[in-house]
Ligand binder design. Structure first.
Ligand code: ATP
Length: 196
């Protein structure tokens, strides 16, 4: 089994996330990409993060229908700041020794990877797959150094969609159609998320 963890705040999940997950599945012959919404993101301020229940509901709505996409609420159930190392260790203990564990990130996350808790151990426990993001070119990263060289880059067209942009558009009353799946668009409207 080849399983890939895809951790994120998913506030909200967007089409960019889904495209990069599918690209990882195809490029590395993965059996499953498991979306893991965090409880509190370690790198972002705690203030203003949409309730975990809403973010989880949107991830569920977005991945429904893709048999190779799964969801884990392990970080939400754990509470507190969500550190990937705790999640990766938990996944590893549940997997057979022959199973291979991957972790999907964007190139902006790759560039700050050296600040992640237990970065060296993470690199030993799973193989990182990196999807390049506009504004975070992979080659210019110097500080990531050896860690970056150990990661696998997906060569696809970078996608300029971010959760920040979606929250700002909703706040301005603009449409987010096609930037998020229809079910997520409906959820945002129904729950009046991101209005202010
Ligand atoms: P925000 O705008 O609120 O910072 P985000 O769009 O970066 O959110 P996250 O849920 O924080 O979304 O991202 C989860 C992971 O997905 C991170 O590793 C991030 O780098 C990656 N990611 C998100 N959007 C893209 C994208 N368009 N291209 C490549 N990677 C992305």
């Amino acid at each position: 089994m080849k399983v890939c963890i895809f951790g994120g705040t998913f506030n909200p999940i967007h089409t960019g996330h889904l495209i990069m997950a599918q690209a990882a599945l195809d490029a590395y012959g993965l059996d499953k990409v498991v979306f893991v919404p965090c409880y509190l993101p370690p790198h972002k301020g705690a203030g203003g993060v949409t309730p975990a229940a809403d973010r989880l509901a949107m991830v569920k709505a977005a991945v429904a229908g893709n048999k190779r996409f799964g969801i884990s609420d392990i970080e939400i159930a754990r509470g507190g700041r969500s550190y990937s190392i705790d999640t990766v260790r938990a996944f590893r203990t549940r997997m057979a020794p022959a199973d291979k564990l991957f972790f999907l990130i964007g190139s902006d996350s790759m560039r700050d990877f050296h600040t992640w808790v237990a970065a060296d151990e993470l690199l030993k426990l799973c193989a990182f797959i990196v999807y390049e993001r506009p504004g975070a070119p992979v080659r210019t990263s110097r500080r990531a150094g050896a860690a970056q060289r150990a990661m696998h880059l997906i060569c696809e067209v970078p996608i300029g969609i971010s959760s920040t942009e979606i929250r700002e558009k909703v706040r301005r009353g603009e449409s987010v159609r096609h930037l998020v799946p229809p079910a997520v668009e409906r959820y945002i409207a129904k729950k009046s998320l991101y209005r202010r």
